[in-house]
Design a protein around this ligand. Structure first.
Ligand SMILES: [Fe+2]
Length: 247
């Protein structure tokens, strides 16, 4: 495997972070300045979520129920949900009613990101359950595979996130992205084939995969199987895009 970087759920090594959260960094070092973690908290635990002033950050709750409280608001987590803290401006307390699992995705802010962020970004804190996300259509994706936008382009500098949900048998046609790094996380109940270039993996719940830019990729879901994953993307930096153009 050289194109698809892949970490199976069972190969993730969780460590205590000291604040009550068990955390595993998934596929470290794929993209400079970007960290992708899977976190777990036990039922009944109350934890303060890590915040940053110099990194944009997304939390995506993948399993369990609870709520996040900020000094001004509380957000109920009853289904997969996005939470974006208001940088390091306030504390965000997670109350786990059941065992919970979530993704913590962070990206360092470059000067161009501060510029973009100061010019425009989605109001923070941002909370959105998956059922409140916007469905969108792409030409290469057949009917029967639903695509939802969790975090739209430039809502938060170079980060984007979405969900793909459907039943087999079905497939989505090969396509590639020339300006995006892509990661994939298998949500509960999923099993599908992910192909990129001439490589192929079977993605299950809790698995994490990554591909670089410009790689043709496609999915296939077999009869009686379900596809249910969230993708996370980071746009190339200005310098990377200019270097590509020059080539
Ligand atoms: Fe894609």
């Amino acid at each position: 495997m050289s194109v698809i970087h892949y970490q199976k759920k069972e190969d993730m090594k969780f460590e205590t972070t000291g604040n009550g959260i068990l955390r595993a960094e998934m596929l470290p070092g794929m993209v400079d300045g970007v960290h992708t973690y899977k976190c777990k908290v036990a039922a009944g635990t109350v934890v303060t979520l890590e915040t940053f002033g110099d990194q944009t950050q997304i939390y995506y709750f993948t399993r369990g129920e609870g709520y996040v409280a900020t000094p001004k608001k509380a957000f109920n987590i009853e289904e997969p949900s996005l939470f974006i803290p208001n940088m390091d401006k306030e504390a965000n307390i997670l109350h786990a009613a059941t065992d919970m699992e979530f993704l913590q995705l962070t990206s360092v802010m470059l000067p161009e990101d501060y510029e973009q962020f100061d010019h425009w970004h989605i109001a923070l804190p941002r909370f959105c359950p998956l059922s409140g996300c916007i469905e969108y259509i792409e030409g290469f994706r057949p009917e029967g595979i639903k695509a939802l936008s969790i975090l739209d382009t430039h809502f938060l500098t170079r980060m984007t996130m979405g969900a793909i949900i459907g039943k087999g048998p079905n497939k989505a046609a090969p396509h590639s992205h020339d300006n995006l790094y892509q990661w994939y996380y298998g949500m509960p109940g999923t099993k599908f084939i992910y192909r990129a270039a001439d490589e192929e993996i079977e993605l299950h719940e809790g698995d994490w995969a990554f591909i670089p830019t410009d790689i043709e990729h496609a999915i296939e879901i077999e009869e009686d199987e379900n596809v249910n994953y969230v993708w996370f993307e980071i746009e190339l930096t200005k310098a990377e895009l200019e270097a590509k153009k020059a080539r």
